[in-house]
Design a protein around this ligand. Structure first.
Ligand SMILES: [Mg+2]
Length: 122
């Protein structure tokens, strides 16, 4: 993704907001790779908590009535992901585009369309 693209700009703006929130509270001292990665995993687990003990049908119904709560958890994941990427000096939009390029090669449309198989099974 070219620098200055819309996606890159909006991720940069979100990162700026996350960093301002962190810096106003003087929390940078607590933000290292290990603790941010642990927090990312914990926040992702909070997304999963919404699915725990529900059938697929119950979950679809639940998601229609708990969109805000699930959105809060997804925002927590994004918040920590932005901090972790910034900590590592990684341009997340660029890393994402690189990964999508790899995914397109791993999962060519003509082989992967409509299939849930892993790339090595295609
Ligand atoms: Mg959370």
């Amino acid at each position: 993704m070219a620098k200055g693209s819309k996606s890159s700009d909006s991720l940069r703006a979100l990162t700026k907001s996350a960093l301002a929130f962190r810096d106003e509270r003087e929390w940078k001292q607590f933000h290292n790779f290990k603790d941010l990665a642990v927090t990312l995993s914990l926040e992702a687990a909070e997304v999963l908590e919404h699915a725990q003990w529900k059938t697929a049908a119950e979950l679809e119904k639940y998601l229609r009535t708990h969109r805000e709560q699930v959105g809060d958890e997804l925002a927590d994941v994004l918040h920590v992901l932005l901090l972790l990427a910034e900590h590592c000096g990684i341009d997340l939009a660029e890393a994402f585009e690189q990964k999508m390029k790899q995914n397109r090669l791993k999962y060519p449309v003509e082989k992967a369309r409509g299939s849930a198989k892993k790339y090595h099974e295609l």
